[in-house]
Design a protein around this ligand. Structure first.
Ligand code: SF4
Ligand code: SF4
Length: 456
């Protein structure tokens, strides 16, 4: 575990296993967030979150205002959808997301005057966000506004935020952990948000802390982001919020590892952060909560990173949800001649895609474009039983067993070796000298296990 110690917290600031890939954040971390102009149209899948799709509440041909609800999250684990444009609803479409999900979507064609996205971003990065009068907001109202605003976790998992913060008599929340680790290589959207809009994050954290009646609020940041730490320390001065500065290590930002690092508690296998009294939310989600509750603005835009050596001009962008990945890539000067792989998200947990009409969704934290040199393509060779994959796994799993179970269509063995505890961090694939795509096999194994469960 080394000599690193996290002062002021029960945890050590570290977790077992994990890896240290080059973070490559220098490609985009000095690029201030740039605001994208409204596109001609946006395409919005009805499922952009974990859970049940929202129910479409507009008809083709109908005119909609900026921020108007297009889909209602009727189920408890669902999230509503709002229009980032003023315009007209076109006929419904089907889209395939980079993770392979094929989903119905609503397309809105821009029409008439648009709300200025620069104004929206200026509001987020303003220094005027309140810190002292949060108690005027009733906890139930905060939860209900989070629900109505379609807010989901913006760190990538896109779990509906109201589900995490709804009061629950059986599981009390002691600590709200705000996740600003951004441990995925290349991505810098959270870093820029912490640097440029710390007051919005703090206001959202205070509101969310009030909603869950947290005794402690901690913003967690890795030690490779000293400028963000400085800005957050200034923004949290004279508030109850603490800052935990953690060792830079992948995947420090995953829920289980972060809770272990900061609080020293282990989430039981198959459990949730709430089982150990924690609610966790990403920094971007917190800024969105502040906008929703204080400005009554739904989630329509987000900050994304576009980075990698395969993109001509790496940038951080304030982009409307539903804009095509292709438009975003063009805005960044397009791909370089040696671009080899375009990934939605970061290189460790993201999904490669080739259809550039696919839209940016609420969970899109960025686009990473790797070159042939970066991905070091090579033939898979036989497993040499070196054990590096198991040494790297932060969940103490045996990735080879899981991968073999998937390869030989044996879901019961996969389940026996806790395949569902794998959160697809990619550490095992990253370290494998035989270039075995373990995480891809594990994803297949999970599908097999799920099919077996459904088939009884
Ligand atoms: S992808 Fe899964 S098995 Fe591989 S290291 Fe991560 S948690 Fe472990
Ligand atoms: S790291 Fe690769 S070669 Fe080594 S044991 Fe794991 S699967 Fe086999």
């Amino acid at each position: 575990m080394g000599l690193f110690r996290l002062k002021g917290f029960p945890g050590t600031g570290n977790f077992r296993h994990g890896i240290h890939p080059p973070d490559n954040k220098h490609l985009s971390d000095e690029s201030p967030v740039e605001v994208m102009e409204p596109p001609e149209s946006v395409t919005l899948p009805l499922l952009q979150h974990l859970g049940v799709p929202c129910k479409q509440v507009v008809k083709p041909g109908q005119e909609v205002r900026y921020g108007e609800m297009l889909g209602k999250g009727e189920a408890f684990v669902s999230a509503s959808l709002h229009s980032p444009l003023a315009g007209k609803v076109k006929r419904n479409a089907m889209v395939t997301l980079p993770n392979g999900m094929h989903l119905p979507a609503i397309t809105v064609q821009a029409k008439g005057d648009q709300v200025s996205p620069q104004k929206l971003w200026d509001e987020i990065r303003s220094k005027e966000w309140p810190r002292d009068c949060i108690s005027i907001y009733d906890p139930y109202t905060i939860v209900s506004v989070i629900h109505d605003s379609g807010i989901v976790g913006l760190g990538g998992a896109a779990f509906p935020t109201h589900v995490k913060v709804t009061p629950n008599d059986t599981r009390m929340i002691d600590t709200l952990m705000v996740n600003g680790c951004e441990c995925e290589p290349y991505l810098t959207c959270d870093y820029r948000l912490m640097k440029e809009a710390p007051r919005a994050i703090v206001a959202g954290a205070l509101l969310t802390g009030r909603a869950v009646a947290a005794k402690e609020i901690v913003i967690c940041v890795e030690d490779n982001k000293p400028d963000a730490v400085k800005k957050l320390k200034e923004a949290t001065a004279q508030t109850v919020i603490k800052i935990a500065v953690l060792k830079t290590k992948y995947p420090q930002g995953s829920e289980k590892q972060l809770i272990k690092s900061v609080i020293g508690l282990e989430i039981p296998l198959g459990g949730l952060p709430s089982d150990v009294g924690v609610a966790m939310s990403n920094v971007g989600t917190m800024a969105t909560v502040a906008r929703g509750v204080i400005k009554e603005s739904p989630l329509t835009h987000r900050v994304i990173s576009v980075s990698g050596r395969g993109i001509r001009q790496p940038k951080n962008l304030f982009a409307p949800i539903g804009i095509s990945m292709g438009e975003v890539i063009r805005h960044c000067g397009g791909l370089t001649g040696d671009a080899a792989r375009v990934i939605a998200g970061g290189p460790m947990m993201g999904f490669a895609f080739a259809d550039f009409s696919t839209p940016v969704t609420k969970g899109t934290s960025g686009i990473t474009v790797l070159t042939h040199e970066e991905i070091k393509e090579g033939e898979e060779t036989a497993c040499i039983r070196c054990g590096r994959c198991a040494d790297a796994c932060p969940m103490n799993l045996v990735p080879t067993r899981l991968a073999l179970a998937a390869r030989y269509n044996n879901p019961s063995i996969a389940v026996q070796y806790h395949i569902h505890a794998c959160f697809e961090c990619g550490c095992c694939s990253y370290v494998c000298p035989s270039k075995i795509n373990l995480v891809q096999l594990i994803r297949t194994g999970k599908k097999l296990a799920m099919a077996g469960r459904q088939g009884g």
